[in-house]
Design a protein around this ligand. Structure first.
Ligand SMILES: N[C@@H](CCC(=O)N[C@@H](CS)C(=O)NCC(=O)O)C(=O)O
Length: 195
């Protein structure tokens, strides 16, 4: 399999971490691409021009990150990263959606600021508020230390905030979430993929 990715991309990190946790990383060749340059290999795999995209052994291209993680989860005999049914499954997928949404908002905010919008312009400000509310919610939730795709998504989103917004200290008012990230970061799948 081939994974089209970039090192700083938090969605791709989630997929790489999931592959490591599932013991599949040795079966995946990492192919670094610059999504902004829209190289042929990426456009052929994903007409949306977004990374991550996974090309399977039989040449089938899969995206976005939740679909890739679902595919990997079904390709491994190791402990599942996505519970099969019941409340645990929905808790996990809900957390994944929160983490993915956090990444979406942070990536979008960064792009708006890089495009020249002022920080107090309503668009980046709206993303900033969404990020703040989501972090507050995660602080209230007292996340468990169980490793699944929901936890990976949240951890990768927080890692992306640290990477791209180092001056905005989300930890100050969220000591529980900060301690959770510290504990989760000890997992190989997260330490080996840290940006
Ligand atoms: N929902 C997608 C999001 C992927 C995504 O937003 N990728 C961005 C980078 S973080 C991208 O490739 N952007 C390139 C572009 O839009 O041109 C997923 O979960 O994989």
């Amino acid at each position: 399999m081939k994974l089209l990715y970039s090192k700083a991309n938090p969605f791709a990190r989630k997929v790489r971490a999931c592959a490591i946790a599932l013991g599949l990383d040795r079966q995946i060749e990492l192919v670094e691409v610059d999504a902004i340059a829209a190289p042929r290999v990426l456009i052929d795999a994903n007409p949306l021009g977004r990374i991550p995209a996974l090309i399977t052994e039989d040449g089938f291209a899969i995206f976005d990150s939740p679909v890739i993680c679902e595919y990997l989860n079904g390709s491994s005999d190791v402990l599942p990263m996505i519970p099969q049914s019941g409340a645990q499954r929905w808790r996990c997928l809900r957390l994944e959606a929160l983490g993915d949404g956090l990444m979406d908002a942070a990536v979008d905010r960064r792009q708006l600021l890089m495009a020249g919008l002022a920080a107090d312009h309503p668009l980046p400000e709206r993303r900033r508020q969404a990020i703040g509310r989501t972090l507050d919610q995660l602080e209230r939730e007292r996340l468990s230390l169980h490793l699944d795709v929901g936890a990976l998504s949240i951890a990768c989103a927080l890692g992306y905030l640290d990477l791209r917004f180092p001056d905005e200290d989300w930890r100050e008012t969220r000591s529980g979430l900060s301690a959770w990230l510290g504990a989760m970061s000890a997992h190989d799948c997260l330490s080996l993929t840290a940006p």
